[in-house]
Design a protein around this ligand. Structure first.
Ligand SMILES: Nc1ncnc2c1ncn2[C@@H]1O[C@H](COP(=O)(O)OP(=O)(O)O)[C@@H](O)[C@H]1O
Ligand SMILES: [Mg+2]
Length: 498
């Protein structure tokens, strides 16, 4: 059972040890007696503590007595448990985000907010909106990634974030953009991405509108069978030609078009208009495409449009880089399938290279507690404690589950075990060993299962443990193909007491 414990009379050096021990056992250490269910007294406890406890109707135990009643489990708990998410005794906890007129502080970094509402209104569609972040738990790993993103944004440095799937890489960039009201272009890179998508390419002027389908159909008898098939397909579907179809047709039939124009890619648009550019899954792209970014990553940033009319972007060039332009990237470790190995020189150009930590049991528990109770964990950055503001629980029905605290702990433990067993955290998998493709269980799986439980309770389902078990079967067990894998997962489920 999880208890909220208030510690009294522990010398400072001892207190942090005690807090760690308690947190590892899943207890919560609270500062105020109002929030406590139990007081634990250290050697320096004040004499009137017993009276205070009696007055408040709270049980009081000495540390030794407490240890006797709640012996620490045999220590196989890994590093995951080390995160202390409750404030230490007498620790001042700062709010993670502070707003002042025209300014915003995130952790220890201040930003000036843009005073132009015009720009925000013009590009409103590119500014991430609040709803996609309301379930985000501001845990230690998230805060560390966020701080790197803040440093890049504040000091105009390119930031690369590397980490396993679901380690909040994309979310951290988009969330900061949301807070700052900053338009972002998120581009998902893959092996098909060419430099044209980033920089730009020539297209018939007026786009595909210039090649009227009706006019082309008149010429169709002179075209090759492949071109005729393309035209007939589009015509019978009642749609215009796509850009690719147009380009293929123009090339194949050697059509001459009076005017071609250079259509700028997302990178150029971002440079001109001051969008942030997020190159998501960067190392899925071919290295030669990425090398095209080299001069943009250098200081001062420059870019010569060799694909186009030779326009020079940069200081003393034809077009200056917009002062809000920033470049971010995310990548998975190179060991993942299909990832390019980035050259050391290319990596070096990303002056902020952040390794995002993979969530462990403590982070899953913090996330579950946040979803159920609306309480964010305490995180520490350069020796200072921060905590995002409490808010209404995102999944407010979960609190009605019986013995919810221990249930959430069991779920966090199960999630950490499944992630490890499936190799989603980068370790070698024990589940799905015979498959070419790994199973992937992430925070998203956990969130989906909980949303399902919450929705059922909202629809009147009786709050019982069985709901949790069913959701786990639906979203975890049923995904596995092989009976052996299913059995392994069921034993993880039993081990976590679900
Ligand atoms: N700290 C967090 N708390 C709750 N959900 C999170 C958190 N970080 C990520 N998620 C969720 O996990 C999923 C993957 O996050 P994402 O940022 O896309 O990871 P990555 O880019 O590292 O693969 C998303 O659905 C996101 O909303
Ligand atoms: Mg991502």
């Amino acid at each position: 059972m999880s208890l909220s414990i208030c510690l009294k009379g522990f010398p400072e050096n001892e207190a942090s040890q005690v807090v760690q021990t308690l947190t590892r056992q899943g207890m919560r250490v609270v500062r105020s007696l109002d929030a406590a269910q139990l007081i634990v007294a250290g050697a320096d406890a004040p004499r009137n503590l017993l009276q205070i406890a009696q007055h408040r109707g709270l049980p009081l135990l000495s540390w030794d007595e407490f240890r006797r009643r709640h012996p620490a489990p045999s220590s196989d708990a890994g590093d995951d448990h080390d995160a202390t998410t409750a404030p230490l005794l007498n620790e001042e906890v700062h709010t993670l985000i502070e707003r002042r007129p025209g300014q915003l502080r995130i952790l220890d970094i201040w930003f000036d907010l843009p005073d132009s509402h015009e720009r925000a209104a013009k590009f409103a569609g590119l500014i991430p909106t609040h709803d996609r972040f309301k379930h985000i738990c501001m845990d230690q790993g998230f805060a560390e990634t966020l701080r790197s993103v803040c440093i890049g944004a504040r000091n105009d440095l390119p930031v690369a974030i590397e980490g396993e799937t679901s380690s909040s890489k994309t979310t951290a960039v988009l969330w900061l953009a949301h807070l700052l009201g900053q338009p972002v272009i998120r581009m998902n890179l893959n092996s098909q991405t060419d430099a044209g998508e980033l920089i730009g390419r020539y297209v018939p002027d007026g786009g595909i509108g210039d090649l009227h389908l009706a006019a082309l159909l008149e010429h169709a008898p002179h075209f090759s069978p492949a071109s005729r098939a393309v035209l007939e397909n589009a015509s019978s579907a009642g749609r215009p030609l796509t850009r690719l179809e147009t380009l293929a047709l123009v090339g194949r039939e050697q059509l001459s078009i009076a005017n071609w124009k250079f259509q700028e890619g997302w990178l150029l648009k971002s440079i001109r208009h001051g969008f942030w550019m997020l190159l998501d899954e960067m190392n899925l792209a071919e290295p030669q495409v990425l090398e095209r970014l080299n001069s943009v990553l250098e200081t001062p940033r420059t870019l010569v449009l060799t694909e186009g009319d030779g326009t020079v972007f940069g200081p003393n060039g034809d077009v200056a880089f917009h002062e809000q332009f920033r470049l971010f990237s995310t990548s998975n470790p190179a060991e993942y399938a299909g990832r390019s190995v980035l050259s050391p020189a290319f990596r070096d150009r990303w002056t902020v290279w952040h390794q995002a930590t993979t969530a462990g049991e403590a982070e899953y528990l913090a996330m579950l507690r946040f979803l159920a109770f609306g309480e964010q964990p305490v995180i520490r950055c350069r020796g200072v404690a921060y905590q995002a503001d409490r808010c209404a629980p995102v999944l407010g029905h979960l609190v009605h589950l019986p013995d919810v605290e221990s249930l959430l702990r069991s779920l966090a433990m199960f999630q950490a075990a499944v992630v490890k067993a499936s190799g989603t955290d980068g370790s070698s998998p024990s589940l799905g060993r015979s498959r070419r493709e790994r199973y992937s269980f992430t925070r998203r799986t956990l969130l989906t299962a909980l949303q399902h439980i919450d929705r059922q309770m909202a629809d009147g389902a009786k709050p019982q443990r069985q709901l949790v078990r069913e959701a786990v079967e639906l979203f975890y067990v049923n995904r596995l193909r092989d009976a052996g894998d299913r059995n392994s997962l069921l034993s993880l489920l039993r081990a976590a007491d679900i």
